[in-house]
Design a binder for this molecule. Structure first.
Ligand code: CA
Length: 664
């Protein structure tokens, strides 16, 4: 046998082995799916006189509950045998008041014996190494029963503001006392060095409706037991899904503290008229082989092929949302947060890795809690996934998702140039050929007779319009990289034009916190000018520099004015595709790189004209006759008219927007 022949035979043998393994694996998964448990009592259910523990572990030989005095260290109090119960679960009922004790499961199966944290744990000790038995009612801050969600009539009324908990308070200019913690988000009366509002007061002043918290559930990469040296991480590395992150609390050692503190900031934000969204990462876990899920039911929770974890998340593994007990876990988790923490929305990281059925089930179950809860996600994956394209909760499949929105990378890249090509220019830099994409974004991603790009949103409420988020370069840095020769004054014009497009478009606008202060993330010592992936960078790079509000107050006021204008005029927040197609008419015969539309609101008897000029020169646009009040121009934006012009035509200055309302 020659060498080639041998290689071919070995290759074939390997293929056969993998095929057989894959078949056995699918059978294993099918059998486990058939042993699903549908009850609502998974986890530790506390009662002052007894606690019940139930865990789904269909392949286990035996399971024991370990009870500990503390969340770490050698302090085992008691070990309790669990009894095999219905549908693959093990159950133990323990008499007495177990409040404040910590617990784990000892799971024996053919692969070995492992100690695991309950995936359904509602409280944990430091670093999430043990679950805690918690009396949830005792974690409620004062007045919690009276906490109500601020009013939201339509999803398109939302203005989302994305923050990282630390970034808000880690720069001294915030003058927030609770540096880097949940409680920093609830402080009021804080100002920068010049007396301009910071933190919560700033958000209220800006006029946002939704505060989007980057991962604030328990993540793995920060050692909660140490505050020195300062550690930083975005938190896209989930450890315990149903528990707040300990490093954001004032005491990560006592499991109830972080719960109370997170609830108290949600309460404070609600009192300030702001709803709260949690960024959730159900697409992967920080650990795979030795994750808690795997220690309890080996290889069930993750997608596998050829004996390996598939990597659609680019983080080493991907959760198999389409399997019944994974789906149940995700649905239960979202509902738990919505109910117990009064959360108002969820942003799904790499939602394209979740199957449509799971996402729609989340919508259905969340509706029973409150149908105004906002659901949106990234309609893409991070890598190759075995989940069939037709099943993915992706942007292309948005029409199959029930009232779940996706991010519009279309408008993002059209405005500022592709995030993957730093030097690429966008509409605001004066790049040509982007008019149709801008119109697509202005129409909220829905079908419109004057837009030729293939639509994906079935209603504007499915379209999240944005030009910057935590990923990639900040808007300000991208504007610079794509046009290094432009003066600061010119780049400010570009930034304002970008903001005007996002905040006057149909759909749901989304801002990265600090965009309104020209937020920049300077590069580190490695020689990069700016930081495009600051997930472990320092506070110095990531923090919001509140003193920039003094220097760039004009830009802040512009964002504030645009938000106020948007909130005042319902025609900017249309709720159906039909309304957009009927009430939004794009102007024809404009110069290249100029886009404009007329919005007609028959109910309010109002005609609004929106013009965006991406050219480096002014543009004269024909306007219907009559008198028009100008509310937005290159300098200012707001709800009061700046000045009045005669119709016929209007001049839009270079790199700027104009918004006008016809005087009836
Ligand atoms: Ca943690």
């Amino acid at each position: 046998m020659d060498k080639k022949d041998k290689q071919r035979k070995e290759g074939q043998a390997h293929k056969d082995k993998m095929r057989q393994w894959n078949e056995r694996y699918q059978t294993y998964i099918k059998e486990l799916d058939q042993e699903s448990y549908s009850g609502k009592d998974l986890g530790a259910i506390y009662h002052p006189s007894r606690t019940s523990f139930r865990v789904w572990a269909p392949t286990a030989v035996y399971v024991k509950v370990n009870l500990y005095k503390e969340g770490q260290g050698d302090c085992l109090i008691h070990q309790i045998d669990m009894k095999k119960d219905e549908s693959g679960t093990f159950l133990a009922r323990v008499e007495g008041d177990l409040k404040g004790l910590y617990y784990t499961y000892l799971v024996a199966k053919k692969e070995g014996i492992d100690e695991a944290v309950d995936p359904y744990a509602k409280a944990v000790g430091v670093n999430g190494e043990r679950g805690m038995i918690v009396d949830l009612s005792s974690t409620n801050p004062k007045g919690w029963a009276e906490d109500v969600r601020p009013k939201l009539s339509h999803f398109t009324d939302a203005v989302i503001y994305e923050v990282h908990v630390r970034d808000v308070s880690s720069d001294p200019s915030s003058h927030i006392v609770n540096t880097g913690r949940f409680l920093g988000l609830a402080e009021t009366g804080t100002t920068n060095d010049a007396g301009f509002a910071t933190g919560l007061d700033h958000m209220k002043e800006l006029g946002i409706t939704h505060l989007h918290l980057m991962p604030a559930f328990d993540f793995a990469t920060i050692d909660e037991s140490k505050t020195v040296p300062v550690q930083y991480n975005w938190g896209y590395d989930p450890k315990n899904y149903n528990v707040p992150e300990g490093s954001y609390s004032s005491d990560p050692f006592h499991g109830e503290v972080r719960i109370r503190e997170m609830k108290s900031i949600i309460q404070a934000l609600h009192a300030g008229g702001i709803r709260v969204v949690l960024d959730v990462v159900y697409n992967h876990t920080e650990r795979a082989k030795d994750s808690n899920f795997n220690k309890i039911v080996p290889d069930y929770y993750y997608r596998m092929e050829d004996m390996k974890y598939t990597n659609g998340s680019a983080c080493g593994n991907e959760m198999a949302s389409e399997r019944s007990m994974v789906r149940k876990f995700i649905v239960d988790s979202v509902c738990y947060w919505a109910k117990e923490y009064h959360l108002d929305g969820f942003r799904f990281d790499l939602m394209g890795l979740h199957d449509i059925t799971t996402m729609n089930e989340i919508r259905e179950k969340v509706n029973a809690i409150d149908p105004t809860i906002l659901l949106y996600g990234e309609g893409w994956c991070g890598g190759e996934s075995p989940l069939p394209l037709k099943d993915r909760a992706s942007k292309a499949n948005a029409p199959l998702l029930d009232a779940i929105a996706v991010f519009s990378d279309d408008i993002r890249d059209a405005i500022k140039g592709s995030v993957f090509v730093p030097e690429e220019k966008g509409f605001v830099h004066g790049a040509y050929g982007l008019e149709d994409v801008i119109r697509f974004g202005m129409a909220g991603g829905v079908r419109h007779p004057q837009v030729h790009r293939e639509f994906w949103a079935s209603s504007p409420s499915q379209c999240i319009n944005y030009v910057s988020a935590h990923d990639d370069y900040t808007l300000w840095d991208k504007l610079t990289l794509a046009d290094p020769g432009a003066s600061e004054k010119k780049r400010i014009r570009m930034n304002k034009l970008a903001a005007a497009i996002i905040l006057t478009s149909q759909g749901i606008p989304f801002l990265m916190a600090g965009e309104e202060l020209l937020r920049t993330k300077p590069g580190d010592e490695c020689g990069e000018r700016f930081d495009s992936n600051s997930y472990i960078s320092s506070d110095a790079i990531n923090s919001i520099k509140w003193n920039d509000k003094t220097r760039h107050h004009e830009v802040f006021s512009y964002y504030q004015g645009l938000i106020a204008f948007r909130k005042k005029h319902p025609v900017l927040r249309l709720t159906t595709q039909k309304a957009v197609a009927n009430q939004m008419h794009f102007l024809k015969g404009l110069e290249r790189n100029v886009v404009g539309c007329i919005l007609t609101d028959w109910d309010q008897n109002e005609t609004i004209c929106i013009l965006h000029n991406g050219r480096k020169l002014r543009s004269d646009v024909a306007l219907p006759a009559g008198k028009w009040n100008v509310y937005v121009d290159d300098e200012k934006a707001g709800v009061s008219p700046l000045y009045t012009i005669e119709g016929g035509h209007v001049t839009v200055k270079a790199t700027s927007s104009m918004v006008l309302i016809k005087i009836q």
